[in-house]
Write a protein that binds this ligand. Structure first.
Ligand SMILES: *Cc1c(COP(=O)(O)O)cnc(C)c1O
Length: 371
């Protein structure tokens, strides 16, 4: 008799690559030797084979329906992660040598995006929360002054490292909004028609590492210059239906299963958002109960539903927290090396039971260690 490995699965709070739904992993396992209809594994077939083309179309159509992507938007899949998008967005969207783009900085990733755009052309920082260590998003009192001639406005919907999240509706601007949605894509509905370009690597909320989805308004494709290197040209990918070169077939297949899980088992993004809100509230309630012991990084109205970041009284206590959590099967809770502390990433696939287990561990730990 074999014991199911599921019985030993840990609750993994990794920020990415992150937990995947168990039913998706089971499906991958079941299909691995013999993908129905293909006769062999999905790992072994041509990206131009009918079996893969079917997977590609099913994945696209499921994502289109979940995210309610309008007809005049392209959806395609790239490699290079979101980091490559930090460069591709300005390389494709700047229309002249003295063009400039606006950047709203709510954390570490926005800064990295800005750094890459600066290599391409002029930039303007509209808002920057560096002074308060990226603990907040712009509020009503922060009138954002966008440049009149910006090629686009760049935002980061969820700052994975600092744990702050913008609302799903982007700021109202003349220029198209470009959004790094890497760590909250598919976690809630969003008005796609209010964005120009959305990009998201898959390994936080949408699948395994290796594929990045790009959602782009048709008219913006005209900006991509003919002299761009082929792979870096959005138009090439849109026209080739994600088959400009060999795409990451396995990652696309798993992402398709995650999308199907969201549609069939979760029942769509509004349901997913409700589940995510509930999970995040469980964690933040523990922080709010004992603000002297658990010091949340983000201000309450800026909190991320995906990554809860907090500190304990001192570094020794944090190390002890991580060690005892791991001993109870609650892993990967260490904050990013740049900010320290604790980070609980509770993406779509983290079940409510995992969050509940974390919360009861936190209360217990606090009761044992609070002075
Ligand atoms: C993880 C992450 C990235 C980087 O993604 P890569 O796939 O490693 O390039 C960029 N932006 C955000 C918001 C992220 O969470």
């Amino acid at each position: 008799m074999t014991i199911s490995p599921l019985a030993e699965r840990l609750f993994n709070f990794s920020a990415g690559p992150a937990a995947l739904p168990v039913s998706v992993l089971e499906q991958v396992r079941d299909d691995l030797l013999l993908l129905p209809g293909a006769g062999v594994s999905v790992l072994e077939i041509s990206h131009r084979s009918p079996a893969f083309l079917e997977i590609l179309e099913a994945t696209k159509s499921c994502l289109r329906s979940l995210l309610e992507i309008p007809e005049n938007y392209q959806l395609f899949f790239l490699q290079g992660g979101s980091r490559l998008q930090f460069s591709m967005a300005p390389m494709n969207l700047y229309r002249s040598a003295d063009a400039s783009a606006d950047y709203v900085l709510t954390g570490a990733w926005g800064n990295k995006a800005l750094e890459e755009a600066r290599k391409v052309g002029k930039t303007h920082v509209v808002w920057d929360a560096a002074e308060t260590s990226y603990d907040r998003i712009p509020g009503e009192e922060d009138a954002l002054e966008f440049s009149a001639d910006a090629e686009y406005v760049h935002i980061t919907s969820n700052e994975t490292i600092h744990g702050v999240q913008l609302p799903a509706t982007p700021p109202n601007t003349e220029a198209p909004v470009v959004c790094d949605c890497s760590s909250d894509i598919l976690s809630r509905p969003m008005p796609i028609d209010q964005y120009g370009l959305i990009y998201a690597c898959s390994q936080k909320n949408a699948g395994p590492a290796g594929v990045t989805m790009v959602i782009m308004r048709d008219d913006l494709l005209e900006r991509s210059g003919a002299n761009l290197p082929g792979y870096l040209n959005y138009r090439e990918h849109a026209e080739a239906n994600s088959l400009y070169n060999t795409p990451p077939t396995f990652a696309i297949y798993v992402m398709g299963l995650v999308a199907k899980w969201l549609q069939d088992e979760v029942g769509g993004l509004a349901n997913m958002e409700a589940r995510n809100r509930e999970k995040a509230a469980l964690v933040y309630d523990v922080l709010d109960e004992s603000p002297d012991f658990f010091r949340g990084h983000a201000r309450p109205n800026s909190r991320s539903q995906m990554n809860a970041t907090f500190r304990l009284p001192d570094a020794e206590c944090e190390a002890e927290f991580l060690k005892s959590a791991a001993a109870q099967g609650l892993t990967d809770l260490k904050g990013h090396r740049s900010v320290g502390g604790i980070r609980a990433s509770i993406y779509n696939a983290m079940p409510r039971e995992g969050v509940a287990a974390l919360c009861s561990f936190m209360r217990d730990f606090r009761d044992r260690h609070a002075g």
